[in-house]
Design a protein around this ligand. Structure first.
Ligand SMILES: Cc1cc2nc3c(=O)[nH]c(=O)nc-3n(C[C@H](O)[C@H](O)[C@H](O)COP(=O)(O)OP(=O)(O)OC[C@H]3O[C@@H](n4cnc5c(N)ncnc54)[C@H](O)[C@@H]3O)c2cc1C
Length: 478
């Protein structure tokens, strides 16, 4: 479905391809590091229209639509924005996405829609992510969106996990008239959108405005409820829920298994990011407020979580923030864009460095991290060259705080407490049909990181939507 008149395309494609490009405006690094506010300066109407007019409207299906996991009709949205029809553009995103205002901010656009833009061959891609943000922000300000809700079916569905997968599933089920209750172990909804992704990438206001939309549509939330501990999936069926969706993510930080991990001053990335970015009133039970990080912080790992921890540490006032990574920058899995911003803000990187123990000072707190130098050997199963320790090369890095950002595992509790629900070796829920998220237990569906392992907001959202459609069909068939 493209709204672009074909006569127009025939005339302007070539000219559009050579229009001048102006990159995103970012707040200066020295300013943005002093607060947790958004780093990107939003487009105004004129800037949005000019940027959208760079889209050359590739023949249907455009590469950007194909690369977008939820297949947003980006060319039509570009056309509507160019014409000044901003709320219409926002409406178009709502048709294919349950979280457009969030995906516009946090998707790795350079790998998805923008990465596939044909303008990359000769020019810079259209800034489709920021244009999505613009259209949705404009709509929120001028004509807040109402989720269209069908007549009640009388059927109740329980969703476990209020992250992108669970929220998207709820959005699609409520639109089909089913009553939806989301249960989550945390006090507030959002999953990693609230309890992970830092505020300077996604403000809590944007998320809670989305959540208010869902509440107005009738989605209910029950927090502080750990399914598998406080109640089981069987309890949910006994309470009258006709189907259950599991969008439980991978909430357990991978350990390093080296001496000194329990020292005060050594943090897991999730704990650190939650305490650094979440307001006291929605902190999970047992979590203290802002961490006391001292002056020197090291972050261990090479992914996006490591970048988020480096940048959060700088905003919390650390003077020396260093990333320790066991391979070289070339092998780092995290986004180059986030790394560039971390460097601009003052983060340092120490490559080919592997911590071997955390060392306590006289006060019993972390004082240093003992490391060993590495060299790269042959590629391993991931295709990246394997890091090998150089014997006798040990050295120490002074540190008041060390943050382990090494990856995530799922909690195996649901597999253990739900009869007939099969899980994989690491606790990921097994789905028998990836197109629907149907699991081995009748009436139980699953999607998002808890099925695939750590991935993206948009992929979790797509999985939640697909499961909702399958649950709707299942409920109708009963
Ligand atoms: C620090 C960090 C930064 C990230 N940045 C980005 C980014 O910029 N862009 C991007 O696309 N992706 C990013 N990601 C990845 C992205 O956040 C995840 O892929 C996405 O949130 C997965 O969604 P989900 O719904 O599957 O799980 P989650 O968001 O993890 O939500 C799962 C929810 O289930 C709840 N839960 C778990 N078990 C139970 C249970 N048994 N009972 C009740 N509740 C339970 C949890 O409390 C949680 O609220 C980031 C991840 C991290 C850790």
């Amino acid at each position: 479905m493209q709204a672009v008149p074909s006569e127009f395309l025939a005339i302007n494609r070539k000219e559009r391809a050579h229009k001048p490009f102006f990159d995103l405006d970012l707040r200066p690094a020295e300013e943005r590091v002093c607060d947790f506010n958004d780093v990107v300066i939003p487009f105004d109407e004129e800037r949005a229209r000019v940027e959208a007019s760079r889209c050359i409207h590739c023949p249907d299906p455009a590469p950007c639509m194909l690369a977008c996991p939820t297949h947003n009709d980006i060319p039509s949205a570009m056309w509507l924005i160019e014409q000044g029809q901003f709320t219409e553009a926002a409406q178009l995103y709502h048709q294919t996405s349950s979280l457009p205002e969030i995906c516009g901010r946090v998707c790795p656009h350079e790998q998805l829609c923008q990465g596939s833009c044909v303008l990359n061959k000769t020019e810079e891609p259209v800034l489709t992510g920021q244009l999505e943000v613009f259209a949705l922000d404009y709509e929120r300000e001028h004509q807040p969106y109402t989720i269209p809700v069908a007549e009640p079916t009388g059927k109740k569905v329980a969703i476990v996990g209020a992250g992108p997968a669970g929220l998207a599933c709820a959005d699609q089920l409520i639109q089909r008239g089913h009553a939806v209750t989301i249960f989550d172990a945390k006090p507030a909804p959002g999953g990693l959108l609230v309890y992970g992704i830092p505020n300077f990438k996604l403000s809590k206001d944007v998320f809670f405005s989305k959540w208010a939309e869902m509440e107005r549509a009738g989605v209910k939330f029950v927090g502080n409820t750990y399914i598998g501990k406080d109640k089981t999936v069987d309890d949910l069926f006994n309470e009258g829920f006709a189907a259950v969706f599991l969008g439980v993510g991978t909430g357990i930080d991978a350990p390093m298994e080296i001496p000194g991990e329990d020292l005060p001053g050594v943090y897991e990335a999730t704990d650190f990011l939650i305490r650094g970015n979440v307001n006291a009133e929605i902190l999970p039970k047992g979590k203290d407020g802002r961490p006391d990080i001292g002056k020197r912080v090291v972050v261990i790992g090479g992914g996006d979580t490591a970048s988020d921890c480096l940048r959060t540490s700088l905003r919390l006032g650390a003077e020396e923030v260093t990333c320790l990574y066991r391979r070289t920058e070339k092998e780092m899995p995290g986004s180059a864009k986030d790394r560039k911003m971390a460097k601009e803000e003052g983060a340092k990187y120490r490559f080919l460095t592997q911590p071997v123990q955390f060392i306590a000072g006289e006060d019993g707190r972390l004082a240093a991290v003992e490391c060993i130098e590495m060299e790269l050997g042959e590629p391993d199963e991931s295709g990246r060259r394997r890091p090998i320790p150089i014997e006798g090369s040990n050295f120490s890095v002074a540190a008041d705080t060390a943050i382990k950002a090494l990856g995530y595992w799922p909690d195996p509790v649901l597999g253990k407490t739900t009869p007939e629900l099969e899980t994989h070796k690491w606790g990921l829920v097994k789905v028998v049909d990836p197109g629907t998220g149907a699991t081995t237990r009748e009436g139980v569906y699953a999607g998002g990181d808890g099925v695939t392992g750590p991935d993206l907001v948009v992929t979790a959202m797509v999985a939640g939507r697909k499961s909702a459609w399958a649950i709707d069909a299942y409920l109708k068939s009963k």
